[in-house]
Design a protein around this ligand. Structure first.
Ligand code: PHE
Length: 453
């Protein structure tokens, strides 16, 4: 394989473009919707610490590994993995890791799109003044009525899928880059505003204590698995999304530095969302463990009662939807890139097929909040099952394989060449983490959950 190989799907126009796109992929519903509600369900502080450790010791090294594998292979994750396995004289079966990613991305997008659809519905609710002066009960009812209506949810889910397909069909340089440029700063500003509001609620300290005062007695094996799974989810790891973005990365760019930046921004957004939300929860006697509806039942109260809340409410949900969009495009990109490479169909057709299939599976999530809410497999609704299966099992398994591949299978010369660290010690640290620490941690968490430890 030549070392200056280029991707047939195009290349990022600059380092900033890659950072924006990868941050766009990482920052999404995971940070603003999911992180606060799982932190709430798992008792706060101690969970947050475990999550931060997972980001640092597991997420970051694997993010670097995924990016460097992607850049070396320059194709969809499936074909990249088989080429690199070939290069390392390893078993061609490694390309199944790529497959695993395509399947996980597809399953995640099916429910991600439904939740993003709730976000679009809330843009309109905010616009129509639905939150103005509202108290906790009214806001809760608003959310429940959306949950109980399959038709409304299907409508918004369809719109979100359509927009995703439209953006993805325009390709790397056209669609993906432009969508994220104004997003991050905007999101950051509104989150700061919400934090400022949270400070005025009188329960700010209580919220902060909940989020940062660890009580390790609340930590169970399941909570650790959830925290670890979320580290993968929030950094978009284990599905080939970062790998496929890495494959469009020009050769001159430092992978380590960009990865640290991206993981840092992602973590900051999640923590800010938590800091904004929990004081509102306590001030309004809401439940910390409210589950997937948490942000939809808390933030509207803030918008309904703060100066300028009408405008900020609209802006917030618009930004949330855009953040979801910049993630959803990366969830489907591995599948689309593969269809284009292997099935000889053009990007547009690939998008239509992948999008339609995702849309259909998404209906299962819609129904799990209403008509099928009693239908349980392994004691979980379809939505819960998809979420558990992907975030807690498939992503960590995918990430584990990536770590083993980068740490044990790839020739050290090749990975070192791809990383081109300015100091050899950086490479040594990364290699140690990715060979021993990350895979061992994933393995131990799994053992613990199945009850072996
Ligand atoms: N990281 C995204 C988020 O936090 C979700 C995602 C997961 C995107 C996996 C791509 C791949 O919302």
């Amino acid at each position: 394989m030549t070392q200056t190989k280029k991707s047939i799907h195009g290349e990022w126009s600059s380092r900033l473009a890659f950072i924006l796109a990868a941050t766009g992929s990482a920052v999404g519903l995971g940070n603003i919707w999911k992180f606060p509600y799982i932190a709430g369900e798992n008792g706060g502080g101690a969970f947050v610490i475990v999550y931060l450790l997972c980001i640092l010791l597991i997420g970051l090294p694997i993010m670097i590994a995924e990016t460097l594998i992607g850049r070396r292979g320059r194709q969809s994750p499936i074909n990249t993995m088989s080429d690199l396995a070939d290069e390392a004289n390893a078993d061609p079966k490694w390309h199944y890791v790529g497959w695993l990613g395509v399947i996980s991305g597809f399953l995640i997008l099916s429910y991600y799109s439904v939740v993003a659809g709730w976000g679009i519905a809330y843009v309109f609710k905010a616009f129509l003044g639905g939150f103005s002066g509202a108290d906790g009960t009214t806001i809760k009812d608003t959310f429940s009525s959306l949950m109980s209506s399959p038709l409304q949810q299907i409508f918004w889910h369809s719109i979100f899928m359509l927009v995703t397909m439209l953006v993805v069909s325009r390709g790397v340089a056209g669609g993906l880059e432009k969508a994220v440029r104004f997003l991050m700063p905007g999101l950051f500003v509104i989150l700061m505003l919400l934090v400022a509001y949270a400070m005025t609620t009188g329960s700010y300290q209580q919220g902060i204590n909940f989020l940062f005062n660890p009580d390790f007695s609340k930590i169970t094996g399941q909570a650790v698995l959830t925290a670890m799974g979320h580290a993968f989810f929030t950094l978009s790891l284990g599905i080939g999304a970062i790998m496929v973005y890495g494959s469009y990365l020009p050769n001159s760019i430092s992978i380590t530095r960009t990865s640290i930046l991206i993981a840092g921004a992602d973590t900051a957004v999640a923590l800010l969302a938590g800091i904004a939300i929990f004081p509102i929860v306590f001030a309004n006697n809401l439940e910390v463990a409210a589950g997937p509806g948490l942000i939809f039942q808390t933030l509207p109260i803030a918008f309904g009662n703060m100066t300028g809340g009408w405008l900020f409410g609209i802006l917030f949900f618009v930004l949330l939807v855009f953040a979801a969009l910049s993630s959803s495009i990366s969830l489907i990109e591995p599948a689309v890139a593969w269809l284009v490479e292997n099935k000889e169909i053009d990007r547009k057709k690939a998008c239509v097929w992948a999008g339609l299939a995702t849309w259909v599976v998404g209906l299962g999530t819609v129904f799990s909040f209403n008509v099928w809410s009693d239908f349980k497999i392994f004691d979980r609704t379809i939505f819960d099952l998809l979420d558990y299966l992907t975030a807690n099992l498939l992503l960590p398994i995918g990430g584990f394989c990536v770590a083993v591949f980068a740490g044990w299978i790839m020739k050290p010369d090749d990975s070192e060449h791809e990383l081109r660290s300015s100091k050899p010690i950086h490479y040594q640290i990364w290699r140690f983490l990715v060979r021993y620490v990350s895979p061992a941690a994933v393995f131990l968490v799994f053992l613990n959950v199945v009850g072996v430890l």
